[in-house]
Design a protein around this ligand. Structure first.
Ligand code: AHG
Ligand code: MN
Ligand code: MN
Length: 337
């Protein structure tokens, strides 16, 4: 098989993008390169997860009371490490830490950005060889440069995201990132160890036929959600159903498929957990940003995800995101209740 060597690598692409902004400092390119490097390291470990003693639980729980898998810890350390040693990031907030991590050294205090991430998403799938991922978001800090970053840098609305992206460790490994200028996907070419541009200018199909939701919680969903799911299963004139149900149980994989093929992903609130399970900062905001840049929509059922003013780092929210027309149909059901 011949591989087209003229395609851009992730580094080449982000540097080319800089040409559009003569005043840009290159810090965002640096940061994306750092994230790409950590992703490659995590990818190596994910690929040999069956061979080494890295499967299973690390024996602790994270700040949200969930079992921590060893690969979660490894991935968390990799992303934190590259960002700490890089020049672009003043601090991070991760699903795995109680509080923000302020790098607080001479270079980091002058950095322009802070990062939020879910180092390993879908970690319940690690042991069974199903795709997992990493999710990240980049904010321009609002605290004064030259000083350590602070909590206010992280509690910004999603509308303030400068970039957001994800890595999917699947049948191939991909990094996808969005800025206001567009969304581009890079596939890891193992022969040269580089992410190469494979999916330029990704657009989410306006309409789709896939709906993704945990059906096990059906009887705990609000009436509007139940009625929408019911409609997805019926053949009718308005939506051309029945739709196809696909649910991997790792948001990265479910959103990635629906972004490319057209579809809707839902994690609604339940009677037990009215705000659902997904975290606003690490999961919902980055994906809401990506899906909007790609032409789709994301809401919590009442308001646009990106408009939510976060009150706490680990806050959760219901999430509905995907193809524009499917989202509009869903919103009709949610309004009626
Ligand atoms: P994480 O592994 O980071 O805790 O996230 C898992 C999340 C998300 O990826 C997925 O969509 C959801 O949990 C699945 O939850 P259910 O098993 O409750 O459907
Ligand atoms: Mn997650
Ligand atoms: Mn996680």
């Amino acid at each position: 098989m011949s591989i087209n060597r003229r395609v851009s690598t992730l580094d080449e692409f982000t540097i080319q993008q800089l040409r559009n902004f003569p005043n840009a400092t290159g810090e965002l390119s640096n940061l994306l390169r750092d994230i790409g490097l950590a992703a490659k390291r995590v990818n190596v470990e994910v690929n040999k997860a069956g061979l080494v003693d890295i499967l299973g639980d690390a024996g602790s729980t994270n700040v949200q009371g969930e079992d921590v898998k060893k690969l979660d810890v490894f991935a968390n350390n990799q992303f934190m490490g590259v960002l700490r040693h890089g020049i672009s990031c003043a601090g991070i907030a991760s699903e795995e830490f109680d509080d923000i991590i302020v790098f607080n050294d001479e270079i980091s205090n002058h950095s322009k950005y802070v990062c939020v991430f879910d180092p390993l998403d879908g970690s319940g799938n690690i042991d069974v060889n199903v795709s997992i991922g990493t999710i990240f978001g980049v904010y321009r800090r609002v605290t004064e440069k030259g000083k350590p970053c602070g909590i206010e840098d992280f509690l910004q609305q999603g509308t303030k995201l400068v970039a957001a992206g994800y890595v999917i460790y699947g049948s191939s490994t991909m990094m996808v990132y969005a800025t206001r200028r567009g969304t581009n996907g890079f596939t890891l070419d193992p022969s040269i160890g580089e992410f190469t541009l494979s999916h330029p200018d990704i657009r989410c199909p306006e309409d789709g036929k896939i709906y993704s939701v945990n059906h096990g919680n059906f009887f705990q969903y609000d009436e509007g959600v139940k009625k929408y799911i019911d409609t997805c299963q019926k053949k009718n004139k308005t939506n051309g159903g029945p739709y196809t149900q696909r649910y991997i149980g790792s948001m990265v994989s479910d959103m990635h498929r629906n972004l490319l093929k057209g579809g809707i992903f839902m994690y609604p609130g339940t009677t037990d957990k009215p705000k659902g399970k997904l975290r606003l900062l690490y999961e919902c905001n980055p994906f809401a940003f990506i899906i909007e840049v790609c032409g789709g929509k994301a809401t919590n059922g009442k308001q646009r995800i990106l408009d939510i003013a976060p009150g706490a780092l680990h806050e959760r929210t219901a999430f509905f995101g995907g193809s524009k027309l499917m989202m509009e149909e869903l919103e009709g059901f949610l309004l009626k209740g």
